[in-house]
Design a protein around this ligand. Structure first.
Ligand code: MN
Length: 296
């Protein structure tokens, strides 16, 4: 345990995505990225009798990957490449936007009436960020059993396991399940920076009780971190080599320069570049006014 190294806590913000309240753990004031991870929305847990709590109409992305990881429930993805896949617990959906893609995310028909999960974004390095778009659905991610619990590896590598989803810079994404009354030592890559978010139950990080409303940042130089749980808990770990490029994030775009954002926005509004999500019945999302880029 590297107990002398600092843990920094950052308060999450509350936003509404469609009809769903979301806890946004990244980006937040004071912490914009963790390795290449640049966005982390936590939705649920929620139960519903009818309808589609998740119904995000067609919208574009550039320069990033979306990573959808569920603890419970289902989300169906459709995109402008014609790919369709239902994300379920234990699997991961990864969409690589590259130079541009449009997609929808909805609660499917015939669902479990539950929804609980996260969506993360990974910034693409400059060398590949204007490349082809693609989509990968991984049905079952690797699970590493270890003392005190288990690790579901939904992105990159952990504990000798590697997720099948494609990524373009060194990173890790793990959902730890810490058993009730147990301690678990999470191995870390010392060259990475990391962050932890409590997803379920209770957990303490080196004796500090975790709040679900905070992101806990760990700087590089750690080889492990000790987690404990009284009643059992789920803890998300993200990490990666510090991203050596300054990104510009606006709406659903990750770029480097304002003119790239403006061009992507114009292409979406003029129905260029991104294509159509043919599977979706309904209007697509309109881009916000570009003036909101100023001052961010
Ligand atoms: Mn999206």
């Amino acid at each position: 345990m590297d107990g002398n190294l600092v843990v920094e806590a950052f308060a999450s913000t509350r936003v509404v995505l469609g009809h769903i309240p979301v806890t946004r753990a990244l980006p937040v004031r004071g912490r914009r990225m963790v390795g290449p991870w640049c966005f982390l929305d936590r939705f649920g847990p929620l139960t519903f009798a009818e309808g589609k709590p998740m119904d995000v109409a067609p919208h574009p992305h550039i320069g990033l990957q979306t990573v959808t990881w569920l603890l419970d429930g289902e989300i169906v993805h459709d995109d402008s490449l014609g790919c369709e896949a239902v994300a379920r617990p234990g699997g991961v959906n990864v969409m690589t936007a590259g130079q541009g893609i449009a997609h929808t995310e909805q609660t499917p028909d015939g669902n479990s009436h539950r929804l609980d999960g996260v969506q993360l974004w990974v910034a693409l390095p400059d060398a590949v960020r204007n490349g082809a778009s693609s989509f990968a659905a991984v049905g079952e991610v690797p699970v590493v059993e270890q003392a005190g619990g288990l690790a579901r590896v939904f992105a990159g590598a952990y504990g000798g396991a590697v997720s099948a989803a494609p990524h373009f810079s060194p990173l890790t994404g793990v959902d730890f399940e810490v058993h009730a009354g147990a301690g678990l030592e999470a191995g870390l890559e010392p060259g990475f920076e990391h962050a932890l978010v409590l997803l379920r139950g209770d957990a303490a990080l080196e004796g500090q009780e975790l709040s679900a409303e905070q992101l806990y940042y760990l700087g590089p130089g750690r080889a492990s971190v000790a987690l404990r749980s009284r009643g059992g808990g789920r803890v998300l770990l993200i990490g990666g080599a510090p991203f050596g490029e300054k990104i510009l994030m606006w709406w659903n775009f990750v770029a480097r320069r304002p003119e790239e954002i403006a061009a992507a926005r114009a292409d979406w509004e003029e129905r260029r570049r991104f294509g159509e999500v043919a599977a979706y019945r309904g209007e697509r999302l309109a881009a916000p006014e570009l003036a909101r880029l100023v001052g961010r």
